[in-house]
Write a protein that binds this ligand. Sequence first.
Ligand code: FAD
Length: 469
Amino acid sequence: SPLILWFRRDLRLGDHPALAEACKADRPVIPVFILDEVEGARRAAPLWRLGLSVEAHGRALADRGSRLILRRGEALPTLRALAREIGAGAVWWTRHYEPQSIARDEAVKAGLRDDGVEAKSFPGHVLFEPWTVETKTGGPYKVYTPFWRAVRGRDPGSPYPAPGTIPAPSDWPKSDDLADWRLAAPMNRGAGIVAPHLVVGESAASHRLGDFAAHRIADYADARNDLADQGTSGLSENLTYGEISIRTVWHSGQRAREEGKAGAETFLKELVWRDFAYHLCFHTPRLTSANWREEWDAFPWKDDEGASEIHAWKRGRTGIEVVDAAMRELFVTGRMHNRARMIVASFLTKHLMTHWKVGLNWFEECLVDWDPANNALGWQWSAGSGPDATPFFRVFNPDTQAEKFDLKGEYRKRWLAELSEDPPDTALAYFDAIPRAWKMAPDDAYPEPVVGLDEGRRRALDAYEGRSF
Ligand code: FAD
């Protein structure tokens, strides 16, 4: 009987354990993607970018004589109906680890088994399954460095090659038309402005890795912090939809380390931060939704989304140049430099004493590389409420950060039209992207700071010292 290969955030053919095993099973394989209660619940940019990934994956499958069947609805009833329709005896998929996915997948597993359909999950989203990395006393890790030491010498296994052919059925079930899903509709900014910054699909992701490994990994340790430089791999956009496997990226980093490329070790460590985020998410699911350190529930966080300071932060109008440059980079490109993410997160949670969830939600609205575990860990790390977090009293000074990591002011100039007579296209693109209701123009005067840097820091530290926890 046919086997349904249920794709979710694993939109690739190479190093796909479930697909590779399915192709060996000598039965027709029906690849399906469902816009369900988890995958369809994304906010604007990740939803739109997901659609592009689904489209590219459909083309890649078609090149192998297969198809990607699209359906929309709750996962369990949709899979049940499809299995009945085509007489499928099995549904296989790649495991995910955040609470919403786990709840969905458990329900699907139980429901399909009730129907007598085999339901089987496979690894592939992380390097090491979260339950296979344990401390000496048998519990999960809560601190990154010992986690890194525990996995650095481990072999995640060799990547599977992409299957040459995918066994097709004689009749294909019907599929939705991707265009009818209108996944770009929630983008309240010109998707056309963000599009040129994207690198979509498995083969583009593979080129991106090849280029990084050949030309940039050696200098990664230093270049990764330079705000104006493209010193990092850019692969988060592809990893989040599974357009490339983390294991493939890991092996590329290992090869670079063996070749003596200096930055390779630092790169591998960053890849392991991603695994650490999923490890934490699996073992303490509240990571994505509540203060990981519960004592932070008592902190006087502000969370009024209508507050002018929060508007200013989202719109790149705080009057703090590096913060505003980063928020505009986010809006135009759907991405933000890692160093900039740390700066804007510190500014929001400390200088503006705003709940990290406000920032987390805005990032989810805007980031094309939005990842539920990495985003939550990044925000909780920055706010001080997370595991192995930077202490709250370590408040980044954005100006000092800018002097250090944007020495010549290139990054700020690239994104802030108000700062120059003849602004670059990047800075002007922002004004084409924003909703008219924001009422901003490139020749506006640059705003005064929403809070003085010393005053904001003092206010945050006073609240922290007067805390009741
Ligand atoms: P590279 O430097 O080339 O690193 C390679 C890969 O390692 C990345 O693609 C990513 O998968 C992983 N990685 C690198 N740094 C981190 C990190 N600090 N934590 C976890 N994994 C890491 N990353 C996301 O993928 N999605 C998010 O939604 C996200 N939100 C963040 C929010 C905040 C507040 C902060 C501080 C960080 C966030 N990050 C997020 C982590 C990091 O900023 C991005 O992974 C990185 O900027 C992606 O660029 P790159 O692919 O060029 O990274």
